[in-house]
Design a binder for this molecule. Structure first.
Ligand SMILES: Cc1cc2nc3c(=O)[nH]c(=O)nc-3n(C[C@H](O)[C@H](O)[C@H](O)COP(=O)(O)OP(=O)(O)OC[C@H]3O[C@@H](n4cnc5c(N)ncnc54)[C@H](O)[C@@H]3O)c2cc1C
Length: 196
């Protein structure tokens, strides 16, 4: 199975993991739980009236767990290297291989720089709208790709864009993750929040 490793489990990383796991890719997320969301209370996340940042994270974690992502909470990634088949990710607990890597470490760009991802004149990781870096199949999302415009909804959007590009590469041109009301019960059962 095609595998994806996501480094960082804030809004950017969990959003990427949600899309890849939901669409059948083996997905691992490593996170050290230093997300800024624990300091935030959101009134500006479209579609959500008001929610505490930690409460938002608890729901997001449950959501990616429900879709089958393997979440390695409190396991720090200490290195990412290119390998013959993709990437080797090193943590204190071991090494993991993946075809794709999504970096989502907030404003910390160390891993991207060690991997050789190009940066812009502003010093942020250089990506286009797909969030792919200059290193093929390595994506950068969230705080690390913007100088200051940091918002949760932007990070979540970055993660989704990265995941959709991975899915497009694996499943065909311009992949869409579209669900509709008439298939929601059959597909998602108890996961459907408003099930009658
Ligand atoms: C006080 C405050 C209030 C805020 N209020 C709002 C608000 O009202 N609305 C809003 O939209 N935004 C708000 N924000 C900003 C919002 O929190 C960020 O935009 C958002 O958290 C960025 O998401 P991210 O996924 O890019 O990075 P982060 O949320 O920072 O997540 C990065 C994750 O990666 C992990 N990580 C880093 N390095 C490694 C590694 N080597 N291995 C494993 N894991 C690693 C970190 O522990 C962290 O959990 C606020 C921020 C602060 C500080």
């Amino acid at each position: 199975m095609v595998s994806v490793i996501v480094v960082g489990g804030g809004p950017a990383g969990l959003s990427a993991a949600l899309f890849t796991a939901k669409n059948g890719l083996e997905t691992r997320v490593f996170d050290t739980d230093k997300t800024w969301m624990h300091k935030a209370h959101l009134f500006n996340y479209l579609g959500v009236g008001s929610v505490g940042g930690s409460e938002f994270m608890a729901t997001a974690r449950q959501q990616v767990d429900d879709f089958g992502a393997e979440r390695h909470q409190d396991e720090e990634v200490t290195g990412v290297e290119e390998s013959d088949d993709g990437f080797t990710v090193t943590t204190a607990d071991g090494e993991y291989d993946a075809e794709y890597v999504v970096l989502a470490t907030g404003a910390n760009r160390d891993l991207a720089e060690e991997l050789g991802c190009e940066t812009t004149d502003d010093g942020v990781v250089d990506v286009d709208v797909t969030m792919e870096t200059s290193v093929e199949d390595c994506y950068a999302t969230g705080g690390m790709v913007r100088a200051e415009e940091w918002q949760a909804v932007i990070s979540a959007g970055d993660g989704a864009a990265a995941a959709l590009n991975v899915l497009t590469k694996e499943k065909g041109d311009h992949y869409h993750d579209f669900d509709t009301p008439d298939t929601a019960d059959a597909l998602f059962g108890d996961l459907r929040d408003d099930a009658a």
